[in-house]
Design a protein around this ligand. Structure first.
Ligand SMILES: CC(C)(COP(=O)(O)OP(=O)(O)OC[C@H]1O[C@@H](n2cnc3c(N)ncnc32)[C@H](O)[C@@H]1OP(=O)(O)O)[C@@H](O)C(=O)NCCC(=O)NCCS
Length: 201
């Protein structure tokens, strides 16, 4: 499986890992951030940081520790934008040069995680109309994509308008997401029930 390599744009570097219980070490500056966390949280954090370091290395920015900002976002080295995601059994990250991208976000979800009862909270009427026209299987996948795309936008922005105010539209190769005064380009890939989406601007 390589979902991440299918969705990166030139200049954006990424990495992913399937959790097979392999040892994954944190550097001390990162270890302290999850010193009191539950085992699952520590594992997710470590897998995400592992991918983030691989993405940074591919970008040519070495092995600097990746801290944590007050809002929970990763604290990337100066001049880098990027994003981390984890879901059950999987983690991924991307990194890019801030001189080329203002922001980049990444989100992974299991298809089916976005049930219709939360649609009114997260989707606009145009998105809901689109979803209603699809058959059951396509609807489940498209709803997961729309949600993933909005999470990726949120991470790329660091903050964002309410999810309903981010309008996601499918394009030939992926999606565009528009909200506030920004338009983000995005791509996604699916493998089984795992969907990974990235958005950048
Ligand atoms: C914070 C949030 C983006 C995390 O997304 P998620 O799908 O729950 O979890 P993921 O595993 O994909 O992502 C977690 C990673 O996101 C990153 N992250 C956390 N807060 C972030 C922020 N404000 N900006 C950018 N990245 C952030 C972190 O790297 C985190 O992993 P780490 O703590 O191990 O470093 C999400 O919970 C959130 O708040 N979304 C926006 C608001 C919302 O809830 N909308 C839905 C209803 S309107």
């Amino acid at each position: 499986m390589s979902l991440i390599s299918r969705i990166l744009a030139p200049g954006i570097f990424g990495a992913e890992i399937e959790d097979a219980g392999q040892p994954v070490l944190l550097v001390p500056e990162e270890e302290v951030l999850v010193a009191n966390a539950a085992p699952k949280r520590r594992r997710d954090f470590a897998l995400g940081r592992f991918c983030a370091h691989q993405a940074l290395t591919a970008l040519g920015r070495g092995e600097a520790p990746i801290g944590k900002r007050g809002n929970g976002a990763p604290h990337w080295p100066e001049g880098v934008v990027g994003s981390i995601t984890h879901t059950s059994g999987y983690a991924a990250a991307l990194a890019a040069d801030a001189s080329r991208f203002s922001g980049a976000g990444l989100d992974a979800e299991r298809v089916g995680a976005v049930s219709p009862d939360i649609w009114p909270r997260v989707f606009g009427s145009g998105e809901r109309d689109y979803l209603e026209r699809l058959d059951d299987e396509d609807r489940e996948r498209a709803a997961t994509l729309f949600f993933c795309a909005k999470e990726a936008c949120y991470k790329a922005w660091g903050t964002a308008p309410h999810f309903r105010e981010i309008a996601v539209t499918r394009t030939e190769g992926g999606f565009v997401a528009a909200g506030a005064d920004r338009v983000l380009t995005g791509r996604f890939a699916v493998d089984g029930d795992l969907l990974l989406a990235a958005a950048w601007y």
